[in-house]
Structure formats: structure tokens, C-alpha cells
Design a protein around this ligand. Structure first.
Ligand code: HSE
Length: 437
């Protein structure tokens, strides 16, 4: 008997998903046993890029999640509501869930996974992070033998596209963003992408899987790319770096704070200077990549298209196939497959950013007179911040531009030193502060 799918949403990802399911030739033979049973849409009149019988379509989405004939609800609506309520209702009706919705999982994963465990159903989300790149299942299955120490990702294509163009064209953020919006590479409201929120959702999900604890999204430090300037990109290049928006989740080796679960993580999103020989430095344009480090594997990197109809649908259908395979072979329907389900309950402890130990790049605008570099050096010294380099790089109008790169420092100390410098009469401003990988 075919596995019956209720598809919620027939936008970019829903259309891609339907196209694969309707055209199974030369793909997995298991696709022959999967049937699109109902499709929930906002409007019945809209012309579509896929041909589905009109009788499958409905605007009454609730009738899909409560339909006893449906086995799997595929939620590709995006956004928080009604997606969250429909997912919870579907789970309450015993349906397995496949979703591409990182926002709903990052914010409401706790109630969704708790409900799913109680109901004995799967919630699979390969498409929620990295579009078509397989990374969720590898973390759950193929890398299961490893102690994961860190995940570092470029998980937002829009910002990577903007930063890549800023680098190649020497353009400023606002001009490139406006052009990216015209060309359809950035949304009319670009906030979720350029302020790092989309990447924060994704790294919260990856951290939860890699380190086996729930993540409170509000604990994830999040900075976007609005403050990155063409000047910083040019200086970074001279120093041997490119600037990337990184999403990082790391196990703290020597945590400065205690955790009831005995484990402390860093989970953060921010632009960073990445050495040109780092595996993530060459990821350009809209592509995504996720570098996982663990013991004993060392480094493994997943690379590919992080968005788009076909790639994201490829991940959605992979999840549908996983459920189909498990349901077909499982003798014990009461027991969820331990490598597919998500059962951790506790929350991971996230270290405050002040405890992060990292290198920094900072750009100062100061009065141009003798002794200024000495004053900056003294303030850094007062807070135990050791400098790798400090150079006057040129002028902006009347003001001297000074670029500093530190050795590894505690972020709290570095910030204290900056506060001391901000009030110096010779310091006009500190336009950029970026971490260095
Ligand atoms: N808006 C995302 C990006 C794609 O720019 O990568 C969907 O996750």
C-alpha cells in the first residue's frame, strides 16, 4: 500500500517536491510507493509550475492534518503560524512530519519533539539547514561514532552572495544589497538573512543535533553583516583573510561557567575574518558549506546548494523516503528508529560571549598626531590584550585609520579595553570590530 502524503504548501519547495514525487523514474524505487494524497494551498486559482489534479487541492489545511488516510504531513509553508499549529495538530493525529521550516523548529522544536515522542512519530528536517546539502542525517547517522567538537558553517546564501560581491566588486553593503534585491538574490525585507537570524535558526538546529541538547534560540549570539564595509574587506584581504558570515557551534574545552549537564557550548553567528587557506574561505556566491570537526574523523565538509526549489525538495523527499523505508521494514511500530528520532530533553548551557577566546580585528579612526598608537597599545595592555599587529593604514578625511589584529584574547577583556579607548580624546570612532578565525 502506498504511503500517503499530505503536502502543506505548493510554493517553491512544495512545487519541487511534487515534481520529484510525480516523476520517480531513475530515482529510488521506493518512490513508486509514495502517493501525493492531498495538497494544501492558499489559493486554488493560482497558476502552478506543476500539474496536479485539481481534486487533490484544498485551502482547508486543517482537513489535511486530521485526515485519517494521510501517513506523512510535509510542511513547506514556512513562517511560524499556521505552520506550528498544523504540525502539532498533525502529530496529535499520529502523522509523521517532514518539514523544511527552520524558523518553526528553532523556536518551537521543544514542544514539537516532545509531542512527536509521545505520539511515536518522526519529525524529519533535512531541508531546514543547508537546503539540498545532506547534513542533518549525516550528523544523526554517518557521524554517530564521533565526538563532535565543532560545527562551522556558511549557512545563509544571501549573505554569502552579498559578501562575495562586496569582495569582488569592492562595493558597499547597501549598494550590493539593493542590486541583489533587484536580481532576486535577496528578499524585499532582507532582515532575516542580513541580520543573521536565518543562520542563527540553522546553527541552533545543528548544535542541538551535534551536541545532543536543546538550544534556546535567545542564547544564540547573533550579528549580521550590515556593519561590514568595503574598507574592512580590503584590509582583510591585505592581511590574508576573507570576510564570511559564520555560524559556529563549539564544545567549550575549559568552560568558565558551570553546567548542570556538564557541558558548555558556544553557539554564535557573526561575520569573521577567515584565513584564505581555510576550507570555508573559498565558498562563494549563494553556496553553503558546513565544516564538522570530530574525533576520530578530523574535519569533514558538506558543500552544495543551500536553497532553491530542486535542491531543497531533494532533501524533503529524502526524509519522506526515510520514513517510507522505516515504516515498510519496522516490525515494532511502537518503537521509533533511534537514529532517525530526536529524543533529548535537556537544554545545553551556552557560554556568554564575554568568555569567548578569539582573535579580533578592529579599525579605529583617530586624530592624526604622535602618541595615538601608543595610547591604544597602553589601553590594550591594561586589559591583558596582546596585539599581533597595529598599523596606520591611511586616512579618511582628516582622521587617521588604524587597524589592529590581536592574539587570542578573552572577549570580555577586549571589550573592556575598547570601552577605555572610546573615551580617549584622540579616538573619533571604532567603525569595525570583527572576530578572526
Ligand atoms: N534565505 C536563505 C538563504 C535560504 O539565503 O540562504 C533558505 O534557508
Amino acid at each position: 500500500m502506498a504511503l500517503k502524503i499530505g503536502l502543506l504548501g505548493l510554493g517553491t519547495v512544495g512545487t519541487g517536491t511534487a515534481k520529484i514525487l510525480l516523476n520517480p523514474a531513475e530515482r529510488s524505487p521506493l518512490l513508486q510507493e509514495i502517493e501525493i494524497y492531498r495538497v494544501g494551498v492558499r489559493s486554488l486559482d493560482k497558476s502552478r509550475d506543476v500539474s496536479l489534479p485539481q481534486k487533490l487541492m484544498t485551502t482547508a489545511l486543517e482537513t489535511i492534518v486530521t485526515d485519517p488516510a494521510i501517513d506523512v504531513v510535509v510542511e513547506v509553508l514556512g513562517g511560524i503560524e499556521p505552520a506550528r499549529s498544523l504540525i502539532l495538530q498533525a502529530i496529535a493525529h499520529g502523522k509523521h512530519i517532514v518539514t523544511a521550516n527552520k524558523a518553526v523548529i528553532a523556536r518551537h522544536g521543544d514542544e514539537i519533539f516532545t509531542a512527536a515522542e509521545e505520539a511515536g512519530v518522526y519529525v524529519l528536517l533535512e531541508a531546514a539547514v543547508g537546503g539540498g546539502i545532506p547534513v542533518i542525517q549525516p550528523l544523526k547517522q554517518s557521524l554517530g561514532a564521533n565526538r563532535i567538537s565543532s560545527i562551522t558553517g556558511i549557512v545563509n546564501g544571501t549573505t554569502n552572495y552579498i559578501l562575495t560581491r562586496m569582495q569582488t566588486e569592492r562595493g558597499e553593503f547597501t549598494d550590493i544589497l539593493a542590486d541583489a534585491q533587484k536580481l532576486g538574490y535577496a528578499e524585499a525585507d532582507p532582515t532575516a538573512d542580513v541580520d543573521g537570524l536565518d543562520a542563527a535558526d540553522k546553527i541552533a538546529i545543528l548544535a542541538s543535533l551535534a551536541f545532543g541538547g536543546r538550544i534556546k534560540l535567545q542564547d544564540v549570539h547573533c550579528e549580521g553583516i550590515r556593519q561590514v564595509s568595503a574598507a574592512d574587506i580590503a584590509y582583510a584581504e591585505k592581511l590574508g583573510f576573507v570576510i564570511k558570515l559564520l555560524a559556529v557551534a563549539k564544545r567549550e574545552k575549559t568552560p568558565a561557567i558551570a553546567s548542570p549537564e556538564g557541558e558548555v557550548l558556544q553557539v554564535r553567528v557573526h561575520p569573521a575574518l577567515v584565513p584564505k587557506n581555510h576550507p570555508l574561505a573559498s565558498i562563494s556566491g549563494v553556496y553553503n558549506a558546513i565544516l564538522v570537526e570530530g574525533e576520530p574523523i578530523g574535519q569533514v565538509m558538506f558543500f552544495g546548494p543551500g536553497a532553491g526549489s530542486g535542491p531543497t525538495a531533494s532533501a524533503v523527499v529524502a526524509d519522506i523516503l526515510n520514513i517510507a523505508a522505516v515504516l515498510k521494514t519496522s516490525k515494532d511500530a511502537e518503537q521509533l528508529h533511534p537514529l532517525l528520532s530526536c529524543v533529548h530533553q535537556h537544554y545545553s548551557t551556552i557560554a556568554p560571549m564575554s568568555e569567548l577566546v578569539t582573535r579580533f580585528y578592529a579599525r579605529f579612526l583617530t586624530k592624526d598626531r604622535p602618541g595615538v598608537i601608543g595610547q591604544l597599545g597602553t589601553s590594550f595592555g591594561n586589559h591583558s590584550v596582546s596585539l599581533e599587529s597595529i598599523v596606520q593604514t591611511g586616512f579618511q578625511g582628516e582622521l587617521a585609520e588604524i587597524v589592529v589584529v590581536t592574539h587570542d584574547v578573552r572577549e570580555g577583556n577586549f571589550r573592556d579595553a575598547l570601552e577605555e579607548m572610546r573615551v580617549l580624546e584622540a579616538v573619533d570612532s571604532i567603525p569595525s570590530i570583527l572576530r578572526v578565525v
